[in-house]
Ligand binder design. Structure first.
Ligand SMILES: Nc1ncnc2c1ncn2[C@@H]1O[C@H](COP(=O)(O)OP(=O)(O)OP(=O)(O)O)[C@@H](O)[C@H]1O
Ligand SMILES: [Mg+2]
Length: 256
């Protein structure tokens, strides 16, 4: 089993006096797809904000490569953030910029030593990686919804992140585009060796891509299950088993 890239210990997630989730404990291993699930409003995006350094946890620790992320100075946290690629839930591309310009934004911030020709070349490579070769000069409005998601993914990949965070990337996509996105996620995991933390409600996606699943509960405000989809299907709490069984049936039907 490979080592943990992110470890969460006794984490309370929330805002000021609002505790959204408490006592969260889990690790994301190098190269795995780690899926975060739970009903709307249970705190999935909030958890991500604590993991990527946007919002300090209310209690507990987040370790990145074994080091307490939030114990570091703000500057050193900002420096570490270059190892995270993020596709935000509502994260749109900048509409007044071409795809190339969008992807060059993180490069301009963290790869100042690169010439603009080199940055453009990297942007073109990232676009090719997500199936958008040659779209460098297009504006987001000229793309379909699925293409926009992939372009935003290309931007999240700009700095070759160690961990890629995807917050409901397939929301609003048709099932076929959603399937294509799952395949792309697996391809990226295999070719880049990055860990992927994926928030999704899509049951078919879970069986297709997840190595590990974390279920957050909005009533008890804590995690109710952690394990591979297969383990949870057999040994998880009843509500989690019931939920997964529906997805498993759909996944087996897809098999050739
Ligand atoms: N910036 C904020 N300040 C205060 N409370 C917030 C903030 N953002 C979210 N919340 C609250 O935190 C709780 C969890 O929200 P969050 O967005 O993390 O849920 P979620 O699981 O991602 O939901 P969804 O599946 O709908 O995206 C909600 O009660 C929400 O109102
Ligand atoms: Mg959310």
């Amino acid at each position: 089993m490979s080592e943990a890239v992110l470890t969460v210990e006794k984490l309370s997630a929330g805002y000021g006096s609002l505790v959204v989730q408490r006592d969260l404990n889990f690790s994301v291993r190098r190269g795995e797809v780690f899926v975060v699930m739970g009903g709307s409003g249970c705190g999935k995006s909030t958890l991500l904000r604590h993991l990527i350094g946007l919002q300090a946890p209310l209690a507990g620790r987040v370790l990145f490569n074994g080091e307490d992320f939030w114990a570091r100075s703000e500057d050193s946290r900002t420096a570490l953030q270059q190892h995270f690629g993020v596709l935000y839930q509502n994260g749109a591309l900048w509409g007044a910029m071409t795809l190339r310009e969008n992807i060059c934004l993180p490069l301009a911030a963290y790869r100042r030593h690169l010439s603009s020709a080199e940055q453009h070349e990297l942007a073109a490579l990232k676009l090719a990686l997500v199936g958008l070769a040659g779209c460098d000069e297009l504006y987001p409005a000229q793309l379909s919804g699925g293409m926009r998601k992939r372009a935003a993914l290309a931007r999240a990949l700009a700095l070759d992140p160690q961990v890629l965070f995807l917050d409901e990337p397939s929301a609003g996509l048709d099932p076929l585009s959603s399937l294509a996105l799952d395949e792309l996620i697996l391809q990226l995991r295999d070719s880049l060796g990055s860990s992927i933390v994926l928030v999704t409600h899509e049951l078919p996606s879970i069986f297709a891509v997840a190595d590990t699943c974390l279920f957050l509960d909005s009533q008890s405000h804590t995690q109710i299950a952690l394990g591979s989809p297969r383990e949870l299907l057999e040994h998880g709490p009843q509500p989690v088993q019931r939920f997964l069984r529906r997805g498993e049936a759909a996944h087996s039907e897809e098999a050739p």
